[in-house]
Design a protein around this ligand. Structure first.
Ligand SMILES: NC(=O)c1ccc[n+]([C@@H]2O[C@H](COP(=O)([O-])OP(=O)(O)OC[C@H]3O[C@@H](n4cnc5c(N)ncnc54)[C@H](OP(=O)(O)O)[C@@H]3O)[C@@H](O)[C@H]2O)c1
Length: 367
């Protein structure tokens, strides 16, 4: 502990706004163990997520009704700009998908963890009552995260990972795959289901393909046509463009049936009613994002006359992260590392993440 530098490199978010709200510092105070459950981590890599961008721009604020954008919005309400609908405290170091080596543990920690490589569950919880969704927070939103040389986490959030994957590869998993696995749990995905996946070239979408395949379901991936070659590497049953004009016909042509039992949606927006139209009677719709726009048109007759079930999917149950680590260790899922950027090049990396020409995940690496 005494060998640790007093200051470190970090990307510090100074307030809501455009990319320039992120500042690179080389003299930011290194976090210290303050709580007996704290664990101090030397960060190797930290994945990027839309939550970082949406929190910076304040997109979660209810006054914003547009699709997500990396540039910021004319108006946000600083009372509700975070995923949880509460104000954000600045300065803030973002970054949830932390992979690193334990360098120190608090009084309640296990000293044998020091030197081990760990991954972090993105969800902060009240560990005396971990099922209480009202007391959750997100790494890099309600506390500092991993876009820095060092970070700290509650010992319960960390798991040692035994894997030959690089730290950058491991940093692709936490947020995207726990979100996807939680959604599949919520909609009850199992063998025999046919799952239609929007944004299938993205972090959550590519995770949904692999995790639904793992359960023995059929997967139909929807993605921009330029990305179909890369999406095919995740082995979906079939691939469709982002928004076919006649979706029922496109499904019939490609899988021989016009309907699906599950829609796993991260897009929302104008295409939402079309997705519901191809859900079979009794079908299940799960959403964990609205990258194409949060305001959608719902014909209630579609919902009740077809006996559909809707699931909103954000905070994971506590089993999801350990389950995910098991899948990684057993090689049941593979990373989709599109690119990695050094901490110093964070802005370039986040711009590439916003431009969305990639397939899979983008990661920041720290020397
Ligand atoms: N609830 C949660 O806890 C949680 C966790 C993680 C993410 N999310 C949310 O889920 C969404 C997806 O996250 P992600 O990490 O997978 O994002 P991502 O890696 O950026 O991928 C999103 C994909 O969506 C597609 N897309 C972009 N704009 C679109 C549009 N207007 N219409 C249809 N498709 C569009 C793109 O694919 P193509 O170019 O191939 O169409 C892109 O690859 C985001 O809104 C994010 O905020 C929520």
């Amino acid at each position: 502990m005494s060998d640790l530098p007093e200051t470190m490199k970090a990307i510090v978010l100074k307030g809501h706004g455009d990319m320039n709200a992120n500042e690179y510092h080389e003299d930011w105070p290194t976090p210290k163990i303050e709580n007996p459950d704290d664990v101090l981590i030397k960060v190797h890599a930290c994945g990027m997520n839309n939550t970082d961008v949406n929190t910076r721009t304040g997109w979660y604020s209810k006054v914003v009704s547009e699709a997500t954008s990396g540039d910021g919005y004319e108006e946000i309400d600083t009372d509700d700009p975070s995923w949880g609908g509460a104000p954000i405290t600045f300065p803030r170091i973002q970054g949830a998908d932390i992979v690193g080596t334990v360098v120190a543990v608090g009084a309640n920690g296990d000293p044998s963890m020091v030197g081990k490589r760990v991954m972090a569950d993105c969800w902060l919880r009240d560990w005396d009552n971990p099922l209480d969704k009202n007391s959750t927070g997100y790494f890099g939103s309600e506390c500092d995260g991993g876009f820095a040389e060092y970070t700290k986490a509650n010992r319960h959030n960390l798991q040692v990972v035994s894997s030959e994957l690089s730290s950058a590869e491991l940093a692709t998993f936490s947020c995207s795959y726990t979100t996807a696995e939680n959604l599949l749990n919520r909609v009850g995905c199992k063998q025999g289901d046919t799952v239609l996946i929007t944004g299938a070239s993205g972090g959550v979408g590519s995770a949904l393909i692999q995790l639904a395949n793992r359960r023995g379901a059929k997967t139909i991936a929807m993605a921009s046509e330029s990305k179909h070659g890369d999406v095919a590497k995740f082995n979906p049953t079939a691939i469709l463009p982002r928004s076919p004009t006649n979706l029922a016909k496109a499904l019939k042509d490609i899988i021989g049936q016009e309907t699906v039992s599950i829609v796993a949606d991260i897009a929302g927006g104008d295409y939402f009613p079309t997705l519901l139209d191809v859900l079979e009677r009794g079908g299940r719709y799960g959403t964990s994002g609205a990258i194409a726009g949060p305001m959608v048109e719902l014909d209630l007759r579609t919902l009740y006359l077809k006996d559909l079930t809707f699931h909103g999917c954000t905070i994971t149950t506590t089993n999801v992260f350990p389950d995910l680590v098991g899948y990684i260790e057993r090689g049941e899922i593979k990373p989709a590392l599109a690119a990695s950027y050094k901490l110093e090049d964070f802005k370039k990396g986040q711009q590439a993440f916003i431009d969305k020409k990639h397939t899979g995940n983008i990661v920041v690496t720290v020397d």
